[in-house]
Design a protein around this ligand. Structure first.
Ligand code: ADP
Ligand code: ADP
Ligand code: ZN
Ligand code: ZN
Length: 873
């Protein structure tokens, strides 16, 4: 630790980015450095926006002279000088969403290695020529299954999927898949003109008619008499009355598939996807590859099967190959018999010839030797990478797992593992909370990985809240003392132990003993919510009981099944039972790729009478464009715009509230269409946002900015922090209350107009929670939060706990998925999932009060018990 020989330093002088107050700091190279401080104090501004950005700028300059233009437009970091700065690599938790086609295999480039393995060393059936590596990729035209174009699934709409309730009439919207509102009514009116019965229950209509309405490709155009009864329509047709308009019919299936394929709106896509069913492609059976590619095997498996195995199992298959044991043409000897039986069953089911695994007749001894060497070399390389992934606790993933279904922490560790393999040295890795999503039992592996990078001659600059990682660091840079304006100073820079002498540090209070938890008074349960036979991902028919009116922590190592239970299964079952659609989750683009494949199975057998509402407060962005922000999301902005419209200046100009919206053409700057930014595209580089040259980020046109409210324009108001806004609008009760709640939850430093795209997951979550706290509390709500402490300093965690405690006090139930033992210790009830990850997890290994679970340390397989015991002592 501190006795490490620290030689070189990165010397930062006069850093002023965001809230940094002209900061000077020396940070050692070749060391593990943690940047600490409360959320919004300026850690990222220093580590990412200053040090990393400057390294990046120098890199751009050295590789591409034309990048000058880019740098001019984006601006250089506000800092006087940085000396001793090596190149930097950032591993930031992505705030955007990764592409749906990206998978664990592509993100780690393991898929391309496997493709090479199959191409060079695979087992080809007789008479089949060798394939290129690209032939094994479902994302290339050469490799993709021609039936499903490499998607692995086929989407279709059936009578059952489009007409969920066949006792309804067409007028009662039996064809649920049809568009809502006007468009749906239009289609119904057309059927009336065509002389069809819209008032008979669907199931009593002739089959031929039902079939035509749903599946026809014809698109007849006919006169429509809007608002007429069927009798009046018949009459109007007979008398050739002038119709309201000419309407064009479209069959329901055609409408659904066409909308799904072409709509730009995620909401529409999501809506129609509910009326579609997905099934495995009949040609490739979900493996996404053309037949020739799937007929090539290695160790008795086709590449699709290999991509579907857990990384841990894959390592077991490749280990003997890497050690030079000949690659068996058949499964025996390499993989377990059970697995081989499963393979055979699957292959038979897939209709593939069992001879696919027979010895290659063309194989000469020479070729075989060549293949063996190639196989050994590639397998060795793959195994190396798999080891790193396993060590980082990701062994339960498979290569074909889509990256959008991974948590942010899993994604970051995936990137970290890729970096560890890249053999760079002399660079600075700048990381954003690598411990996110990790159980303390997984933390050790992460620490070893970081130390490995350091041992290879690199520097690690880590923005982190995890106290264990801080204690293990060589050096600590504590930023603060508080957030925004009240932060931005370096309070301490040195070995961790020295922080104890810095009283104004919020971190010191938690890092050193003395700040023990006040044992919570355990609340009595008001009843139990009982879930039975829960099946989802790795949960296989488990029973779980959740105490109502309590604060419940669900724990377990990464991949054990916590999210599957809480955020997926429980949310599904409860929302189904309450008769609404799953709240928040699923309502955005991530999942709009297609109908969900795996549904939750299970039932609720007790306790539902105590729950009226289900609210999921997650860390997903509150919006995906710079158009949404704190003020628009919370509804504060609507009220503020009304205040502007009520001023004399606005009334004289006849400006209404819409005029003060940057989403409406009349008031906004036309150059940037109210975004305040324009995107700059550059060859070979990711596009970046630069301030709008016309309004310089104000977002409004000049006329709008003429109107002021007590000296501030609407653009000025968007620049206010929550703290400032509270002072400015103190007299307005309908603004003061929500602003106060935002302040209490630790977001006083946020600017009202800060674009949603710049907010961290933790900030987005607290904004949602504050919006929720604004509602009247009736004590019958079930709140679900998945890892709510991610991105939060212990001091922020305490604020969050206070707010959650308030919800429980009002009689509500709060269920959190949590790794932070301080929070688990403060809960009323713990449900520990495990014991392992993936197939080795998925059961309840311990449950009870924190004291009870802690007392099981060494007695059960619970990995949580011993950490909880340490926390409680
Ligand atoms: P931390 O990493 O400690 O949570 P940040 O460095 O992200 O804090 O933020 C410090 C301050 O800078 C906050 O007041 C935040 O609102 C502000 N800030 C962060 N990003 C930006 C940005 N892109 N533009 C302007 N201000 C920002
Ligand atoms: P935790 O929340 O405890 O980290 P998860 O519930 O996310 O664990 O994952 C449990 C298991 O289910 C893991 O094996 C994981 O790979 C798998 N899993 C989770 N989500 C999905 C998904 N969307 N698709 C396929 N497998 C999933
Ligand atoms: Zn296919
Ligand atoms: Zn503009």
């Amino acid at each position: 630790m501190a006795d490490r020989d620290l030689s070189g330093f990165v010397r930062v002088r006069g850093a002023r980015e965001h809230n940094l107050k002209n900061v000077d700091v020396d940070v050692p190279r070749d060391a593990l450095v943690v940047f600490s401080g409360v959320s919004g104090s300026g850690k990222s501004s220093l580590a990412f926006a200053t040090i990393y950005a400057e390294a990046q700028r120098r890199y751009f300059e050295s590789v591409a002279p034309y990048a000058r233009r880019l740098i001019d437009q984006v601006g250089v970091p506000a800092v006087d000088a940085i000396d001793g700065l090596p190149p930097a690599v950032a591993l930031q938790q992505s705030r955007g969403t990764p592409s749906a086609r990206s998978s664990v295999g592509s993100a780690t480039s393991l898929s391309s290695l496997l493709r090479m393995l199959y191409s060079r060393a695979g087992h080809y059936p007789a008479h089949q020529p060798m394939l290129y590596a690209e032939d094994f990729s479902p994302n290339t035209p050469q490799g993709a299954c021609p039936t499903c174009h490499g998607l692995g699934r086929m989407y279709d709409a059936t009578e059952a999927s489009m007409v969920p309730d066949d006792s309804l009439t067409i007028r009662e919207r039996a064809v649920a898949a049809w568009p809502p509102a006007w468009h749906g009514q239009n289609l119904r009116d057309i059927l009336v003109t065509l002389g069809h019965d819209v008032d008979t229950p669907w199931r009593q209509l002739p089959k031929k008619l039902r079939h035509w309405i749903l599946f026809t490709e014809e698109q007849p155009t006919v006169p429509v008499y809007a608002g007429f009864t069927p009798a009046e329509t018949r009459d109007a047709l007979r008398h050739r009355t002038e119709p309201s308009y000419q309407g064009t019919f479209m069959g329901a299936r055609k409408y659904v598939l066409h909308t799904f394929a072409t709509t730009q709106s995620a909401l529409m896509k999501r809506r129609v996807s509910r009326y579609m069913i997905a099934s495995d492609c009949p040609t490739c059976h979900g493996k996404r590859l053309k037949r020739e590619a799937l007929s090539v095997t290695f160790a008795g498996l086709d590449i699709g099967e290999m991509s579907g195995m857990t990384l841990r199992d894959l390592a077991d298959v490749l280990r003997p190959v890497a050690q030079g044991q000949a690659q068996a043409g058949r499964a025996g000897g390499v993989i377990s018999r059970a697995a081989s039986r499963q393979q055979t069953a699957r292959r038979v089911a897939a209709g593939l010839s069992a001879h696919a695994a027979a010895p290659d007749v063309r194989r000469t001894p020479v070729l075989s030797e060549e293949k063996r060497t190639a196989a050994q070399r590639i397998a060795h390389d793959v195994l190396d990478r798999l080891t790193t992934l396993n060590e980082l606790g990701l062994g339960y993933l498979s290569l074909d797992r889509a990256t959008p279904t991974l948590s942010a922490g899993e994604l970051q560790r995936l990137r970290l593992a890729t970096q560890i393999r890249s053999n760079l040295f002399g660079v600075i890795y700048v990381l954003d909370e690598p411990s996110a999503g990790l159980h303390p039992a997984d933390g050790e592996a992460l620490l070893q990985a970081l130390k490995g990078l350091r041992a290879a001659g690199n520097s690690l600059f880590v923005v982190e809240h995890d106290l264990t990682l801080m204690r293990e660091a060589d050096w600590l840079v504590d930023v603060g003392p508080d957030a925004g304006e009240r932060g931005g100073e370096v309070l301490y820079s040195g070995p961790p132990a020295g922080l104890q002498a810095v009283p104004q540090s919020r971190t010191a209070a938690y890092l050193f003993p003395g700040a023990g938890v006040t044992p919570a008074r355990r609340r009595e349960t008001r009843g139990w919510l009982r879930l039975e036979g829960v099946t989802r991902n790795n949960l296989r028919g488990i029973d779980v009981e959740i105490p109502l009116g309590c604060f419940v922590a669900v724990t377990g190592i990464s991949g054990s099944g916590k999210s599957s239970l809480v955020s997926q299964a429980m949310v599904d079952l409860v929302s189904q039972a309450l008769g609404h659609e799953p709240p928040v989750a699923d309502a955005d683009e991530d999942d709009a790729d297609g109908p969900a494949r795996e549904a939750t199975r299970g039932r609720i057998t007790a306790g539902l009478e105590h729950i009226r509402r289900l609210v999921q407060v997650d860390q997903k962005p509150i919006g995906r464009t710079p158009r949404s922000n704190l003020a628009t999301y919370t509804g504060l902005f609507d009220h503020m715009r009304k205040l502007f419209a009520a001023t004399t200046a606005a009334r004289r100009r006849r400006f209404d509230a819409g005029r003060f919206s940057f989403n409406v053409a009349k008031g906004r700057c036309e150059t940037c269409e109210g975004e305040g930014f324009v995107s700059v595209e550059l060859l070979f580089m990711p596009s970046v946002y630069a301030p709008c040259p016309t309004c310089h980020g104000a977002r409004y046109n000049e006329a709008t900015l003429k109107v002021t409210l007590r000296g501030k324009t609407i653009a000025d108001v968007l620049q206010l922090t929550v703290d400032d806004a509270l002072a400015f609008f103190a007299d307005d009760a309908s603004l003061a209350r929500p602003l106060t709640l935002l302040q209490q939850i630790g977001l006083g430093y946020l600017r009202l107009g800060q674009p949603a795209t710049e907010l961290s997951g933790g900030e987005a979550q607290r904004i949602k929670l504050a919006t929720e706290l604004q509602r009247a509390q009736r004590g019958t709500t079930l709140y679900v939060l998945d890892e709510p402490t991610t991105g939060l300093h212990p001091a922020d965690v305490d604020k969050l706990l206070t707010q959650l405690g308030g919800l429980v006090q009002a009689g509500n139930t709060v269920v959190v998925v949590e790794h932070e033992m301080r929070v688990v210790a403060a809960s009323d009830w713990v449900i520990d999932i495990g014991p392992g990850a993936g197939a080795e997890g998925g059961t309840v290994v311990a449950c009870g009060t924190p004291e009870h679970v802690a007392s099981l340390a060494g007695v059960t397989t619970s990995r949580t018990a011993s950490f909880l015991q340490r926390q409680l002592n």
